[in-house]
Write a protein that binds this ligand. Sequence first.
Ligand SMILES: Cc1ncc(COP(=O)(O)O)c(C=O)c1O
Length: 391
Amino acid sequence: MKMNIRWPLMKNNITRKDLEKVISFLKGAPRLTQADNVKAFEMEWSEWLGVEYSVFVNSGSSANFISISVINHLYDTGDIIVPTLTWVSDIASVIQNGFNPVFVDINPRNLCMNDEMIIAKLNKQTRAVFLTHAQGFNGLTDRLLDTLKEKNIPLVEDVCESHGATFKGKKLGSFGLISNFSFYFAHHMSTIEGGMICTNNKDVYEIARMLRSHGMVREVEDYSIKESYIKNNSDLNPDFIFAFPGYNMRNTEIGAVLGRSQLERLDENNEKRRKNFEIFLKHLDSEKFRTDFDLEGSCNYALNIIIRKPDPVLRNRLERVFIENGIEFRRGSSGGGNQLRQPYLKGIIPDQEWQNYPETEHVHFFGYYIGNYSDCDEQEIIKLCKLLNNL
Ligand SMILES: Cc1ncc(COP(=O)(O)O)c(C=O)c1O
């Protein structure tokens, strides 16, 4: 059956209205590097999320890298618990900051780390849990939050795929010591490239600000911190004191103007995405595909299509139908599937380690996502389900 649905990964995520705002901003001949709009976007984002501080950076990966660097500066080196199903930068940031990644398999109902398995892996070496709220699903449980609190282990939330999703009515990204967002194309909103680091902790905020700008002390907002560096380094020009070996991960005023414009309609768009996903799951054949996701608080920029049984014939038919009908898809779901199969981890983890994570393995070979944008039409979603159900 050919329906010619034509379904791109994302549509219309930077609108004419957003661009008009950029154009009118440019007419004033403004400064384009990080300035007032970046500051305003950070404050508006903090308010939207319900946290004290936010730091706007040039990507979600930069947010990951800076966050794990902050953990490195505040705690000893050791282990960080990470998912097998996530984006490469979640693991790369851990390795590049000198920590050992300790992997955990996913819960098939939310594609996030299985909370019991996280708890089972906590020990004296654990410096943090770096949890990805995959594909709009909430990965938190009371049991996990209580255990981390009791053991005094920081939580870093990667919310790059889940803007606006909640746990018990509170936004994801407001629970951990630090949280990360991405504003890359095909996410809930886009600043062309961009990311955000969020926290309620002033020390984390100040270190993240320095790390974003070469590790420079002049980025700090708290004057007493600045004063103490200047006093202890009297041989240095106060404008050029590098507290940390940092990089430049700043964003621009254009990114911030886009972000501020998009934030105004994020909640409304997310509501539409929630509805789309519900309609999709209601009409999808639950014998063929998984439809039993834990939807409580979820907000998905993707429609997840996970074949229920490991059936390579059905999978090949599915891919053919995607291609024939112009449906853009990603196999392996978040980050292309099982990170443990990736060449960059060779020599870091034991050979064939991937086989110990069966839930991620299933998604790696039989899990897909396609776009879920705010202007998806109900009839189009039903048509898409019919196409998939008829495979
Ligand atoms: C879970 C997760 N973390 C981090 C990132 C990195 O974000 P960016 O592409 O903005 O660097 C992504 C990217 O898609 C992601 O899905």
